[in-house]
Design a protein. Structure first.
Length: 113
């Protein structure tokens, strides 16, 4: 009966993390949120530098979420998940990028007439 239970779940061999892993991810996420929030609430740096720091922290936080919460790493068990994620990210980037390009082209055409 135990074999039937294990075979019905295809993701049993995947790493689902531990309490320590989730705690590290949570603490890093809070730090990566609080620092940009503090920079915006108490502006001490130029706006361009603040924006650059916010974008950098956002990218780092995406990586932290992917690694600690979604368990997308280089292990053999996560290969298909990483491939699916990268394909999804590519499709979304193409949809958003090409939509913006089309809207810009339409706007340019409408303003020229």
């Amino acid at each position: 009966m135990a074999n039937a239970h294990n075979s019905s779940h295809g993701h049993d061999e995947a790493n689902h993390g531990s309490v320590k892993s989730y705690a590290i991810g949570f603490i890093l996420s809070v730090i990566l949120t609080v620092i940009p929030f503090g920079l915006v609430m108490y502006p001490t740096l130029p706006k361009d530098m603040t924006l650059l720091i916010i974008v950098a922290f956002a990218v780092i936080q995406i990586v932290v979420h992917l690694y600690y919460f979604l368990h997308l790493d280089g292990s053999q068990a996560a290969r298909s998940s990483v491939t699916s994620f990268l394909f999804t990210a590519l499709v979304i980037a193409l949809l958003v990028g090409l939509s913006l390009w089309i809207m810009f082209s339409i706007h340019s055409s409408m303003m020229a007439k």
